[in-house]
Write a protein that binds this ligand. Structure first.
Ligand code: NAG
Ligand code: NAG
Ligand code: NAG
Length: 373
C-alpha cells in the first residue's frame, strides 16, 4: 500500500518535471506552484476527482479586450457575504455563530478578480458593522467586524489599481441617521463614488467603462433601502438591478425566480443582473462542484463562468478568450473553429433555448455571478 502510493507520487513527479514548472487548467498537480498563474492545485471530491488538479481561481480581466463598451456589457465576479470568512473570529471576541461563505479575505478576493461584494451592514456598538444576523439586529455572536475596516481595504485596492471598478451591494439594516454616508466618507471611498444621477433609470445603457475609469467614478454602491436614494444619494438596488433568488431556490435547474424585492428577471427596465448561485447552507466541500457543471464551466468554476458570460456580452463568442481586442461583435478567435464565428452565432439564434438566453443576456448587463467558495 505504501509502495503503491510512493510509486504514484513518483509517476506524477516524472510527468511534471519535463514539462517545466507550470501546468494548465485540469492538469494533475502536487502544489499551487505546479500550476500556471491564476490557477491553484485542488481536489474536488464532490465531483469524484480524487487527484488534485490545476483549478481556476481568477477570471480573465473582463476589459482585457477593450474597455469601450457600456459598463452593463461586462460580467463581474461577485461574492455573497464577502466578509463572512471561514474561521474568522468576531472582533467582539465572541465566537461567530453565523454561516461562513468565503475562504479569502476581501483583499484576497479583489486580488483574485472579484469586483462585486455583497455586504450586510448593521448598527452595532455605536458604529456600522458587517454582521450576518436576523431580525435586523446584530449580536456579538453574529458580528464580524466594523464595516470601516473592509471599506478601507477596498479604498486601498482602488487607489493601487486605477483602472478597476468595484460594485458594493449593501444589505442595509442601518437606521442611524446618515450612518452609511458617514462610514463611506470616513473610509476615503467618496472620491470614487459613481453618482446616482448618472445611473440609467429605465434599463438604458450605462456610461462606457472607459469613461467611468477616466472620470475616476469607479465605485458603485447600492442599498436595499429605497428611501436612501433621495436622502443620501445611495442608489436603491432594485431600481437598477434584477436579482434571482439566493440560496437553494436559485439553484434549481431550469428555473430562475427573482428575489422577492426584485422585478422579474426578464424586466427590461433594469440594465444590471445579479445572478446568485449557491446553496442556502454554505458547503465548502461541495462548492467546487456547485461552481462547475451547473455554471457550464467544468473544472473552471465561477471564474470560467464569468469568462463565458463576458465572451457572450463583450463579443458574442463562447468565452472572452476568443474575443479580439476592439473587434466588432461576432468576430471570434476560436481555435476549434477557425473562421466559424458568424455561423456559430446565427446557429445560436436558431436554437430556442439559447435564443432565450441570448435575449436575457442582451437585455442586460452585468451578469454578476455570485460564488460560494
Ligand atoms: C460584546 O462585545 C463587546 C465588544 O465589542 C463587549 O464589550 C461586550 O462585553 C460583549 N458582550 C458580551 C455579552 O459578550
Ligand atoms: C466627511 O469627512 C470629512 C473629512 O474626512 C468631514 O469633514 C465631513 O464632515 C464628513 N462628512 C460626513 C457627512 O460625515
Ligand atoms: C483599442 O481601442 C482603444 C480605444 O480606442 C485604443 O486605445 C487601443 O489602442 C486599441 N487597441 C488595439 C489593440 O487596437
Amino acid at each position: 500500500m505504501q509502495l503503491l502510493s510512493l510509486l504514484l507520487l513518483l509517476l506524477l513527479h516524472s510527468r511534471l518535471l519535463p514539462s517545466s514548472s507550470a501546468a494548465q487548467l485540469g492538469s494533475i498537480c502536487l502544489s499551487n506552484g505546479n500550476c500556471d498563474a491564476g490557477l491553484h492545485c485542488e481536489t474536488c471530491l464532490a465531483n469524484g476527482n480524487l487527484r488534485p488538479r490545476c483549478t481556476r481561481i481568477q477570471p480573465s480581466d473582463p476589459k482585457s479586450k477593450g474597455n469601450g463598451l457600456p459598463f452593463n456589457r461586462y460580467a463581474w465576479l461577485t461574492t455573497h457575504n464577502s466578509f463572512a470568512r471561514l474561521g474568522q473570529r468576531s472582533r467582539t471576541g465572541t465566537p461567530v455563530i453565523a454561516p461562513e461563505n468565503q475562504q479569502d479575505s476581501v483583499t484576497g478576493q479583489l486580488n483574485n478578480g472579484v469586483r462585486g461584494l455583497m455586504l450586510d451592514m448593521y448598527d452595532f456598538e455605536n458604529d456600522i458593522w458587517l454582521c450576518h444576523s436576523f431580525a435586523g439586529n446584530c449580536f456579538n455572536f453574529t458580528a464580524f467586524q466594523p464595516a470601516l475596516d473592509v471599506l478601507k481595504e477596498i479604498q486601498l485596492f482602488l487607489e493601487a489599481n486605477p483602472s478597476e471598478v468595484i460594485t458594493i451591494f449593501v444589505e442595509d439594516y442601518v437606521t442611524s441617521p446618515k450612518g452609511l454616508t458617514k462610514v463611506f466618507n470616513a473610509s476615503g471611498l467618496m472620491k470614487y463614488w459613481f453618482p446616482v444621477e448618472r445611473m440609467p433609470k429605465n434599463g438604458g445603457d450605462w456610461p462606457l467603462l472607459s469613461d467611468m475609469i477616466s472620470r475616476n467614478e469607479r465605485l458603485l454602491v447600492f442599498t436595499s433601502k429605497a428611501a436612501k436614494e433621495a436622502s443620501e444619494g445611495i442608489a436603491y438596488e432594485w431600481r437598477y438591478v434584477v436579482e434571482n433568488q439566493y440560496g437553494d431556490g436559485g439553484m434549481e435547474a431550469g428555473s430562475c425566480p427573482n428575489r422577492a424585492e426584485s422585478s422579474p428577471m426578464n424586466a427590461r427596465s433594469r440594465s444590471l443582473v445579479l445572478m446568485n448561485h449557491f446553496p442556502s447552507n454554505p458547503d465548502m466541500a461541495a462548492a467546487c462542484k456547485h461552481n462547475s457543471a451547473p455554471l457550464r464551466s467544468d473544472g473552471g468554476g465561477a471564474p470560467e463562468a464569468t469568462d463565458i458570460a463576458n465572451g457572450h456580452l463583450v463579443c458574442g463568442c463562447n468565452t472572452i478568450a476568443y474575443c479580439k481586442v476592439n473587434a466588432s461583435f461576432g468576430v471570434c478567435d476560436d481555435p476549434a473553429k477557425p473562421g466559424a464565428a458568424a455561423t456559430s452565432s446565427s446557429y445560436r439564434l436558431s436554437s430556442p433555448v439559447l435564443a432565450s438566453q441570448l435575449q436575457y443576456l442582451s437585455l442586460l448587463a452585468v451578469v454578476l455571478v455570485s460564488v460560494d467558495l
